[in-house]
Ligand binder design. Structure first.
Ligand code: FAD
Length: 442
């Protein structure tokens, strides 16, 4: 028998789980098809405070607080060690909350997926969606059972090889089932980055809330993250041009260890800490789907687009899209005639949120000027609280934030021609002494 659902969701990451929980709570019949068995490793550990409202709506706050490190802001430092700036979410323009979380994703994603199950969604792990076929009445999913030993599990229920749903949410992450099927993925050629990362234990932390911040160290041609996690673990990663890694001829481990050894700010922070995981690599290529909605489908999370992780926006965008997709489909299931208008609204909203981060990211990578301006203290027109708000996930259309962001970008552009803010080398001091810098960059 081919079973029929209101909504089928491909992928049990944050986007899929969020949508599944909300639709199930609203009384819809939902199935999540996830090809992995959770917990599974995933990168993307630093969350933004603007997701907190959604976590409250999902009923997750208590579980999150019990398991993860609360995060109160961030710090951006330049590799030369001359300047660094901390920012706290409480100071963001129209700040709604002063905190979010730093999470081990394997644990976080499992918590969200289990929560969706508790809310009533049917969860099928180790189940791959291999194809989807649309018709006027809905969608047929062709699925493959990857579960070898599952028959021994009392909760195991064989489904497929096909199932039907009225609507589909593709939350399959960077695997982008629909994006690949309809060739919708458009990559940003100027953002072809690569990440190397690992977990450490025993890394030094500051006392109090400063010990919860995500720390970023910006070098001339790369940046590092240092993210404090629970159980004395710390995630450390570097993002760089994919071509630079390829050129080096080194293994991921050799490259990563060398990169850290060359950066005193990161090296000193690790201090006596030690690496406790392998060095992972992830292609970090930014892309966007040219369409986020079709007759019977919506794309959510990385399946809709992936913007470079520098401002930790991925899970925020995934949760935002998951929530919006759930609300839109709940409405459409009652009022099918509204589908076009509501899907258009969804597409606009998610695209606008991604645009905010794309612009931020492009400015960050365009040169040193973003960091030079960011690290220069100013109270001018309350620009820092506006930048802080966007860093926290405030991507609403508030005019008060928009014009301040425009001014920020204008100053960054002007800094390219004139020295409005002190110039920074972004090179560690010892290296600068060994090889004098190009005077133009001083
Ligand atoms: C280097 C790096 C660092 C990052 N750092 C951060 C950070 O600090 N903070 C942050 O917020 N974000 C960060 N991100 C981004 C973040 O990882 C993603 O944006 C986020 O995981 C997206 O969630 P999602 O639910 O859309 O997709 P995912 O979490 O990727 O979930 C998609 C799921 O779909 C499943 N799936 C795929 N194909 C199929 C199929 N055919 N059938 C069934 N299941 C399928 C997958 O197994 C997966 O579990 C980072 C990303 C990178 C690359």
């Amino acid at each position: 028998m081919v079973e029929d659902y209101d909504v089928a969701i491909i992928g049990g990451g944050p986007a899929g789980s969020t949508a599944a929980t909300l639709l199930s709570k609203a009384g819809r019949r939902v199935i999540v098809l996830e090809r992995e068995k959770f917990p599974r490793f995933h990168i993307g550990e630093s969350l933004l405070p603007f997701s907190m409202q959604t976590f409250t709506r999902l009923g997750l706050q208590e579980k999150l607080r019990a398991h993860f490190v609360e995060k109160f802001g961030g710090e951006i430092a330049e590799a030369g060690g001359e300047k660094a700036a901390k920012f706290y979410f409480k100071d963001g323009f129209a700040s709604r909350t002063d905190r979010s979380y730093q999470v081990t994703r394997s644990k976080f994603d499992k918590m969200l997926l289990d929560h969706a199950g508790e809310a009533g969604a049917e969860i099928c792990e180790e189940t791959s969606v291999d194809d989807v076929m649309f018709d006027d009445g809905g969608v047929t999913l062709r699925i493959r059972d990857l579960n070898q030993a599952g028959v021994a599990d009392p909760r195991y229920r064989k489904i497929g090889p096909e199932l039907r749903a009225k609507y589909l949410i593709d939350a399959s992450g960077r695997n982008s089932v629909i994006g690949n099927k309809f060739k919708l993925k458009k990559s940003y050629q100027h953002l072809q980055k690569l990440s190397l990362f690992a977990h450490y234990e025993g890394v030094e932390r500051e006392a109090g809330i400063d010990g919860t911040l995500t720390r970023m160290v910006r070098t001339l041609d790369s940046w590092f993250w240092v993210i404090p996690l629970e159980n004395n673990r710390t995630s450390i990663g570097i993002v760089l041009e994919a071509a630079d890694f390829k050129k080096s001829g080194l293994s991921a481990e050799q490259f990563f260890e060398r990169a850290i050894a060359e950066q005193p700010l990161v090296r000193n922070r690790i201090g006596g800490g030690r690496r406790v995981s392998q060095v992972y690599t992830a292609a970090d290529f930014s892309y966007r789907s040219q369409k986020l909605a079709g007759d019977r489908w919506l794309l959510a999370g990385d399946a809709a687009g992936f913007i470079d992780p520098v401002f930790s926006s991925g899970v925020f965008l995934a949760v935002l899209a998951g929530e919006q997709a759930a609300d839109v489909l709940h409405d459409v299931l009652d009022h099918p005639k509204r589908v076009r208008r509501l899907f258009r609204h969804y597409e606009r909203l998610v695209n606008r949120a991604m645009d905010v981060y794309l612009r931020f990211v492009e400015s960050w990578y365009a040169g040193k000027e973003f960091v030079e301006v960011f690290l220069t203290p100013t109270q001018l027109f309350q620009i820092p609280p506006a930048v802080n708000a966007v860093l926290g996930g405030n991507v609403g259309n508030r005019f008060a934030i928009r014009w301040r962001m425009e001014l920020f970008y204008l100053i960054v552009r002007l800094q390219r021609k004139w020295t409005l803010c002190p110039r920074l080398s972004l090179v560690p001091k010892t290296d600068r002494e060994a090889a004098p810098l190009n005077p133009a960059s001083i």
